[in-house]
Design a protein around this ligand. Structure first.
Ligand code: NI
Ligand code: MN
Length: 221
């Protein structure tokens, strides 16, 4: 089992035949060292919300690989309009297969011909990777709902830390307190100027179990 960081909020996770991308922002992602052809086989593509840096290359990759796209209802409708046939929609609180959709406090929209349309409620995903629990928060500020995740006994919490669009560093620490994951993996930072993070300026508690992944780095789970 492995997890690969693609930069920004994009991750690849694999366990046997389960080969999934989350928020596959590959082309146009200045951090991403991969190309679409590096993912010839995908079983699933999870999309947390409708923003270009999260929808990313979902349509092209799903068309190429036949991967099942998992997302909220409105995004599912959008993807079907883009020609995708293999779409599964779900919503917050629901479980499907290895996934549970979790709340995120953010926006969600899709662009069609230069106009913005509703992209449904933004979300995160809790993924059960054969006993290892990975929580990808999507884009979100700190929410009290995160307390509910503590009972899930999460191994890896992938949290946005870049501030501006999502939680700032003090709130990341509060989120970790609430969720109590074994390991924090930061995401959604340094991709753009607005979410630049200077780690020397952050108060990082000694007890914080944080695993920084370089874009392209693989973590064996
Ligand atoms: Ni967003
Ligand atoms: Mn984003």
């Amino acid at each position: 089992m492995k997890l690969i960081y693609l930069g920004h909020s994009a991750f690849y996770i694999e366990s046997g035949d389960f080969k999934a991308l989350i928020d596959p922002f590959i082309q146009g992602n200045p951090q991403c060292p991969f190309e679409l052809d590096d993912f010839p086989q995908l079983s699933h593509i999870l999309v947390t919300h409708g923003h270009a840096d999260h929808i990313g290359d979902t349509v092209a990759l799903a068309q190429k690989t036949g991967a099942l796209v998992v997302c909220n209802h409105e995004l599912g409708h959008y993807f079907q309009g883009q020609g995708l046939k293999n779409v599964h929609t779900m919503h917050i609180g629901g479980r499907f297969d290895r996934f549970k959709m979790t709340p995120a406090w953010h926006g969600s929209s899709v662009e069609i011909d230069g106009k913005l349309y509703d992209g449904g409620t933004p979300a995160g995903f809790l993924i059960d990777l054969d006993g290892i629990k990975i929580y990808h928060a999507g884009d979100t500020g700190l929410t009290m709902e995160m307390q509910l995740l503590q009972s899930e006994k999460i191994d890896y919490a992938l949290l946005p830390i870049g501030s501006n669009y999502t939680m700032d560093w003090p709130d990341v620490l509060r989120a970790v307190e609430m969720i109590q994951p074994k390991t924090l993996i930061p995401m959604h930072y340094n991709t753009f100027e607005a979410i630049k993070v200077d780690f020397d300026q952050l108060a990082i508690p000694e007890k914080l179990n944080m695993k920084m992944l370089r874009p392209g780095e693989t973590l064996d789970l």
